[in-house]
Design a protein around this ligand. Structure first.
Ligand code: 2RA
Length: 335
């Protein structure tokens, strides 16, 4: 069976990666529709598997006849078209944060809570990239003993800010090396050779919107409504992969070997953990692939039931595009 698939926001970093992943995974597509703003309408995209596709302007009628819509647009565009997408009868897998906390909308990481995808009423939300990468890494621990608390510090790639992120980082780096002035537009301050402890806006509690996502989305995906999370999200001058330092506190005290074995066998994970050989995950090795690399697994020195780890994952792929396509594959697997 083949499906009519639309990508809403096809020209952005995530939209283009969705097209790439659909082809890599040989998704059975009858008709592919690439939707973007009027500025991009008319451009022809040559695809390997689905021939030449002309970008169409996103409007309500553009979703008619679609079976699946992959959303790679920002919240405002997602909200603008969600009714038309639902009216078309398509399943909408939305990467924006617009509907993630809507109780009627399942929030899904296929390796963690695939069953939730089948409760959808037209919309399935794709979690935030740093949430996906963190939860894939710690999911195996949760299965050994329920996670009660999580401390996380994230080191987020500039690609998280879209196509302009890496461009600004490289331009600033070049100008600095050439002794020229730099421009700051995508990020509030210089990102080259710097760290910015702010992603999103600050809330009343002093945490940013990005930091609260790990708690709010983590509770929904793991089905742990009491999960306590304290997170610090930092923008770092890395191009593509996010890294996270996680301190996981579980109900029971776990044996390190059990944790290491469970993670080595966990879906979506690759164990890279051998301190005798200085082996651990690094973001430059996790880009352009879909596994979350996990290492530095060790017992916390503060809390008896604490396990600490370090993980890296490609935030455009597993953090967004691949996770969304995996959800689409999940849905058609039961057709
Ligand atoms: C970021 N997680 O890294 C946000 C959106 N991709 O900027």
């Amino acid at each position: 069976k083949k499906y009519n698939v639309a990508i809403l926001g096809a020209t952005g970093a995530v939209g283009m990666e969705m097209l790439k992943v659909l082809q890599e995974r040989d998704f059975p597509i009858q008709e592919l529709r690439l939707l973007a703003s009027s500025r991009s309408a008319g451009k022809v995209i040559e695809t390997e598997k689905y021939g030449s596709v002309t970008i169409q302007e996103a409007k309500d009628s553009a979703f008619e006849g679609m079976n699946i819509v992959l959303g790679a647009a920002e919240n405002d565009i997602s909200k603008k078209f969600v009714d038309a997408i639902k009216a078309s009868g398509a399943a909408y897998i939305d990467n924006s944060s617009a509907f993630r906390m809507d109780p009627e909308v399942p929030l899904v990481v296929p390796e963690i809570n695939p069953e939730d995808a089948f409760t959808h009423k037209g919309v399935i939300a794709n979690p935030n990239c740093s949430t996906i990468i963190t939860l894939v890494a710690i999911n195996a621990i949760n299965r050994l003993s329920p996670i009660e608390a999580l401390y996380a510090s994230t080191y987020q790639a500039v690609s998280g800010a879209g196509i302009k992120g890496p461009k600004e980082m490289y331009e600033q780096s070049r100008n600095i090396l050439e002794g020229k002035d730099i421009e700051c537009s995508t990020f509030p301050y210089q990102i080259a050779y710097n760290l910015l402890p702010q992603i999103g806006g600050f809330g009343e509690n002093g945490y940013t919107s990005e930091e609260m996502k790990l708690q709010n989305e983590g509770r929904k995906i793991l089905h742990l409504p009491e999960l306590k999370v304290s997170c610090t999200c930092v923008r770092v001058p890395v191009e593509r992969s996010h890294s996270i330092s996680a301190n996981v506190i579980t109900k029971d005290r776990l044996e390190l070997e059990d944790v290491r074995k469970a993670i080595s066998e966990a879906a979506g994970c690759k164990l890279k953990d051998d301190t005798e050989k200085n082996i651990y995950p690094m973001p430059i090795e996790t880009s352009d692939q879909d596994l979350v690399y996990v290492g530095r697994i060790r017992r916390d020195l503060v809390c008896e039931n604490g396990i600490n780890l370090w993980c890296c994952g490609d935030q455009v792929r597993k953090g967004a595009a691949t996770n969304a396509v995996q959800i689409a594959q999940l849905l058609i697997s039961r057709d």
